[in-house]
Design a protein around this ligand. Structure first.
Ligand SMILES: *[C@@H]1O[C@H](CO)[C@@H](O)[C@H](O)[C@H]1NC(C)=O
Ligand SMILES: *[C@@H]1O[C@H](CO)[C@@H](O)[C@H](O)[C@H]1NC(C)=O
Ligand SMILES: *[C@@H]1O[C@H](CO)[C@@H](O)[C@H](O)[C@H]1NC(C)=O
Ligand SMILES: *[C@@H]1O[C@H](CO)[C@@H](O)[C@H](O)[C@H]1NC(C)=O
Length: 741
């Protein structure tokens, strides 16, 4: 037991200080170190045990990561295919050979979506007699890596498009946001019965399709504009640079839900009830991605009003709104054969058993399926995860160590289609996970560039990721030469938090990756880390294309796999910190700051509207205040917890765990039963984005333009949700105490 006590002490309270000893970078603690980390400590620094962290820093091996990545990117491995199953078996075998305590292969039969293998989806310019005057490219053209020519590469498609063969006039809708369609309307361009052509890049593609479909569009064509994806010019692209060539047609799902479309809320296990496919919440119109060489062909032939200045893009043509083409009688044809299929996808779950609290789980995860080779998305993450497990198991082999809590390592299937594997799993193990999982640490894409690390973090894990990043040596030689010795230093410099000077910006929790079920349905706090491409661009330009290859990673982004090693080291340290710390490393004060400032924003944003309605936000404000008081009290008391008393420790940890869970509304958010977390749910108009208390703000968004009846309904829903939110914030404040009242 004493072994664990000393480990626990280190991670629970002072590993942050210990990092300064090894790295000698800082003189004083940055201001964001919470009180309980600073004040605790009657134990001497020599007792601080950095063994595991030092081991991780030493042991993570770039050559291993490179080999894992090489294997994972040899074949296209779309979710639900034989190739995805092969990668699942391989990950399972790798974990077995590393000595994982348990390895489980978890199949789910789910609805996925594929193009016809040999007959591509096509966009055509049709002349007045209906003959094709021009036809789009069915596949992305091989440019560099030998595997790009593989016969297994699927034709261009968007997941869960409806099949269909439509003809009509084309309308250009910029990024396909609600405001873009409003601009079109103001310009007198109706999209009803038309084919919408929109750019990728500002909002989740599923939202673009949804916006167009609601306005009566009969089809959607999506393309990447060089303005966003080839900013250095069309001659400066892959394979010479990481920018997008004119032949790249990014894939991606257009499903707005999460998990198997046929088994909502429940796992698609053997006895599952399936809703009829016709009732699945999928688009009813055909959707197809094209490359920008093809987009130029269409836009260059379009008629109608010239598009606004901000709508002009990087192609050397004048962008017009349409509708239609300049040639009289000519139309656009969109023929899509993409269709849905029930098939099996696999999760692979490995467990390193905990010794003191085996029933508490630190869940680490990454998906495995890819649109094509997935050099970045997700195989860079899978390669990192296999090295993480190897390093921890090697440490166990050499020292006899077992983590305090169990570490559960998850390789998800079919994330790309709509978080299918992770959603089914969090549905299947909902009760166990919501009772026992302490945190979920995700990597979707480990390397989307080498500019800076970035973190999406629940407020509760913000201090944890800051501290861990100070322990990882900087992989960027120029940055080291400039005196920035850790990953944290470059992060703080290149992605500064505008509101909290001196610390890095944390990206709020939206959706769009496998952490969704954990954060939004179970109330398990999450982290998602990666290296980014640039301050403007979180994903790399070749995201979801054929050209996201091993070679892209090996030759352009990370020669020597140094950035890979850094992110693997960081991820491993995070997992160990959560698994080992006696008291959970959760930053309650961050959460109360987050909620208080979100409340202040809400008051500014909707306060006047609410007051006009003779409603009040005061009770909500009181709950927010109660939460702030409770977190402060709890934090102040932490140093006095009798850490020799396992029940006292467990009690404090249980209370911390309950804080996040208390925000879960089992009924879900208004009109959004798949989101339960009243604080963190992403905004309705863009699944990727994040905003706090969006259940409240979404309802009032644009309310004054609605019919009186709809306004009435919205206000009723608002009042009810406001009351629910207020209740859950009070509850969350209360769960931090021993008493019921
Ligand atoms: C635009 O550039 C492309 C590629 O360089 C070229 O083939 C095309 O003729 C140009 N089109 C116009 C309208 O200038
Ligand atoms: C740990 O030891 C087991 C049993 O000897 C071995 O099979 C496994 O490969 C070792 N794991 C690592 C990562 O070295
Ligand atoms: C970082 O990535 C850029 C491409 O975005 C590449 O040109 C550069 O060589 C990379 N730097 C390192 C140190 O690998
Ligand atoms: C709010 O209260 C005022 C004063 O009682 C009243 O005149 C007004 O009609 C009310 N507004 C609404 C929307 O109920």
């Amino acid at each position: 037991m004493s072994y664990f006590k000393s480990i626990a002490f280190v991670f629970g309270a002072t590993c942050f200080l210990a990092a300064f000893v090894t790295l000698s970078v800082y003189i004083a603690q940055p201001p964001w170190v919470p009180g309980w980390l600073q004040s605790d400590t009657n134990e001497s620094p020599d007792k601080r045990n950095n063994d595991i962290e030092d081991f991780i820093v030493q042991e993570v091996n770039p050559e291993n990561i490179r080999n894992y990545l090489r294997y994972l990117t040899t074949r296209p491995h779309l979710g639900g295919t034989e190739a995805e199953k092969q990668t699942a078996l391989w990950v399972g075998d790798t974990w077995e050979s590393q000595g994982m305590d348990e390895v489980h292969l978890v199949p789910y039969e789910v609805l996925l979506s594929y193009p016809e293998k040999d007959t591509p989806n096509l966009v055509r310019v049709l002349d007045e007699s209906g003959e094709a005057a021009w036809t789009s490219q069915g596949w992305q053209k091989p440019l560099y890596a030998p595997e790009e020519s593989s016969p297994e590469v699927p034709p261009n498609f968007n997941g869960y498009s409806a099949p269909g063969d439509v003809k009509g006039e084309v309308v250009y809708a910029h990024f396909g946001r609600q405001e873009d369609f409003k601009t079109l309307k103001d310009q007198g361009v109706d999209v009803e019965g038309k084919i919408v052509l929109a750019r990728y890049g500002e909002i989740f593609r599923g939202n673009i399709v949804d916006n167009a479909e609601k306005l009566g569009a009969i089809g959607v064509i999506l393309y990447p504009d060089p303005e966003q994806y080839a900013s250095a010019g069309e001659d400066n692209v892959y394979p010479d640079t990481v920018f997008m060539p004119g032949t790249a047609a990014p894939s991606g799902s257009v499903y707005l839900g999460d998990g198997d479309p046929l088994t909502p809320f429940y796992p698609s296990v053997e006895h599952a009830y399936h809703i009829p496919e016709s009732e699945a919440p999928l688009t009813k119109i055909p959707v197809q991605p094209i490359c920008y060489d093809d987009a130029r062909e269409i836009i260059g032939r379009m008629g109608g009003t010239v598009a606004p200045e901000e709508w002009q893009g990087g192609l050397n043509v004048t962008y017009k709104l349409g509708p239609g083409l300049t040639e009289p009688g000519w139309t656009l044809g969109l023929e899509v054969l993409t269709h849905s299929v029930r098939t099996t996808t696999y999760n692979v779950i490995g467990v390193i058993k905990g010794s003191v609290e085996p029933d508490r789980y630190v869940v680490v995860g990454n998906h495995r399926d890819a649109w094509v080779f997935g050099g970045a998305d997700p195989s860079s993450g899978t390669a990192a995860m296999l090295e993480l497990s190897r390093v921890l198991l090697k440490y166990r082999n050499e020292t006899g160590w077992q983590p305090r809590r169990s570490i559960v390592v998850c390789s998800w299937g079919s994330e790309e289609y709509g978080l299918i594997g992770s959603t089914e799993w969090t549905e299947q193990f909902q009760k166990q996970l919501s009772g026992r999982a302490v945190a979920y640490l995700n990597i979707d894409i480990a390397i989307t560039g080498n500019y800076s690390m970035r973190a999406i973090s629940a407020p509760l894990l913000t201090d944890l990721v800051f501290q861990a990043a100070t322990k990882v040596p900087n992989p960027d030689e120029d940055e080291v030469a400039a005196g920035r010795l850790t990953v944290y230093d470059t992060w703080a410099l290149r992605m500064p938090d505008q509101d909290k000077p001196g610390r890095p910006r944390i990206v709020g929790v939206g959706s769009g990756s496998d952490f969704k079920g954990f954060q939004h349905n179970l109330g398990v706090p999450i982290l998602d880390i990666s290296y980014t491409h640039s301050p403007e661009m979180y994903a790399e330009p070749l995201y979801h294309t054929l050209y996201e290859t091993f070679e892209l990673m090996d030759e352009l982004y990370d020669r020597g796999f140094k950035f890979f090693s850094a992110i693997t080291t960081l991820w491993s340290i995070l997992a160990v910190d959560v698994a080992e710390s006696q008291l959970l490393p959760m930053s309650l004060m961050e959460y109360s700051d987050f909620i208080s400032s979100a409340y202040d924003d809400i008051v500014v944003e909707i306060g006047p509207l609410v007051a006009e309605r003779n409603l009040t936000l005061d009770h909500f404000g009181e709950a927010v205040e109660a939460f702030a008081v409770a977190t402060q009290e709890f934090t102040d008391n932490l140093p006095f917890i009798d850490t020799d008393n396992p029940l006292a420790v467990r009690r404090a940890n249980d209370q911390m765990m309950m804080v996040e869970r208390a925000f879960i509304d089992p009924r879900g958010l208004p009109d959004r039963p798949h989101y339960n977390h009243v604080v963190m749910a992403p905004s309705i108009s863009d699944t990727y984005s994040s905003s706090a208390f969006s259940g409240l703000t979404d309802i009032l968004n644009g309310i004054t333009e609605l019919s009186p009846e709809e306004q009435e309904r919205r206000w009723e829903t608002f009042s009810q949700h406001l009351s629910a939110v207020t209740h859950f914030v009070h509850t969350s404040a209360k769960v931090m105490s021993d008493t019921l009242w």
